[in-house]
Design a protein around this ligand. Sequence first.
Ligand SMILES: Cc1cc2nc3c(=O)[nH]c(=O)nc-3n(C[C@H](O)[C@H](O)[C@H](O)COP(=O)(O)OP(=O)(O)OC[C@H]3O[C@@H](n4cnc5c(N)ncnc54)[C@H](O)[C@@H]3O)c2cc1C
Length: 505
Amino acid sequence: MDKEHIVIIGGGACGVAAFIELFVQLKAGGHEHKVKITLIEPDEIGKGLAFGTSQPGHLLNTQADLMGIHASEPAHYSEWLKSRSHEVSSETIGLESPDDAYSTRRLYSNYLQEQFQHYYQIAEASGAAPTIIHKQAINVVRADNYWNILLDDGEHIPAAYVLLALGTPKPDNYPELLGIDNYIDFPWPSQPILERIGKEDTVGILGSSLSAIDAVMTLVDNDHRGPIHLYSPDGMLPRVQSKEDTKYERKFLTQSAAHQIKRTRLRSPRVTELFRLFRKEAEHYNGTTIDWQNTGRTQKPAREYLLDDIRIAQTGGDAFMNILYALRYEAGTIWHWLSVEEKKKFKRWIGGYWTRNRHGMPLANALRLQQLFESERLFVHPDFKQVEFDPQLNQFMVKYAEHTDHVNYLINATGPGTKIDQMKSTLIQNLRQATLIEAYEPGGIKIEPTTMQVVSNRAIQEQLYAVGHLCNGMLLDVNAVWFNVKTVARACKHMLTKATGEHYA
Ligand SMILES: Cc1cc2nc3c(=O)[nH]c(=O)nc-3n(C[C@H](O)[C@H](O)[C@H](O)COP(=O)(O)OP(=O)(O)OC[C@H]3O[C@@H](n4cnc5c(N)ncnc54)[C@H](O)[C@@H]3O)c2cc1C
């Protein structure tokens, strides 16, 4: 009997999670001979954009007990750290309580690679004949009743099932600057920053989120001494994650409260209604009313908010962060209940605040930024307007508020493209042109979330699945491993049920 062929495109965290989930389920059910698994990844497996960095200052932005690569074992990574605490102590902050520890992302990649190798070798030994192809997939086309994957060297790979685990493509938002030596279009990998920028140079960074902080850490971890300027429309830095995960029992902003709106009004909940529940929750958390006019983060410079946030993080966090972290496992369902218009409204109105509170920076990096502010080496500028390159001066002119700065080098750290037409990927653009994938207005592509199968032209693209950033509009927490591995497991169960006729739970 011909084996069913499952191909995973992308060998980052999601690709690794998919390979392991598929093989463990097959092996545990005694069906490993019914399915062949192939992983296509041009680079090393278990790296990817998120965890492929070699920089010591690039830390996980999630505590260890949420980084397990096995969907049913979120704490597997913190257990892994505990079991080798001596080896990992130099790469881990807060190892005295491993569940709340923050390790370097390069150590996490070691964990992913070790996990992958372990199951890959068992799969090989058990005759499941897994395959790794170190090439780029550039297209996937439907052929009769299977998918044909075209690789960058012209090779074709036929597959019954295809999982798109493509990660986080570069944004395509400053094409006019491409080709200018002093312009670096993405903070990762770090080489262009290290090879091109001089230690004393004045550096401009577009963006002030976690991506921008990665760029700052790359510079200062490699002895950069020149001034670093961050430019963004809101001039907000991510908040600071509290030292320990503070548990909080929500009373108002809950899935059942959102469902009550849906059930009693017989329509999707609205962002205004959810925000009202959030305000009630925050005042309940604080035990007093809040002056909401004063909760914006634009009244004072980012460096002053950072001092507040460090103090708050060292004392267990505050209502805004702890409520949103406590909402972690229900936020995805509530997001799913929002209409397209309400999702777009959410991203426009409170998207920035949600991201800054929900994806804070580790305390260790916050303390390093504070030192850079105090030594007058770091500056954050709100109200960014535009940037132009002046070839005469060989400098960039960055306009913000009433000012124009001149910087020697410019790093684009505005974060990954969220709309598929902004995603720099040959495969994604080919699938888009062939209308095999379809843009979802709030971002990413359309999928059927219970199976993770791709949807386009009002039809499910049978046995073509997508996970991770590509689903950033339909799903909420695609920038978190704990969430992505659950969606990976959902896709794998659907694939295996179809491929083997067995039921997988
Ligand atoms: C800088 C950064 C830091 C992050 N830190 C954290 C964190 O600390 N904690 C957390 O939970 N989440 C973090 N995230 C979110 C992260 O995106 C998710 O965790 C995600 O699960 C990462 O895995 P991935 O496989 O989706 O993406 P990636 O790690 O980007 O891997 C995607 C892989 O697909 C490959 N690929 C892409 N296109 C093709 C193609 N056409 N053919 C073949 N291969 C292809 C790429 O080479 C890459 O190896 C971070 C994201 C970024 C960008």
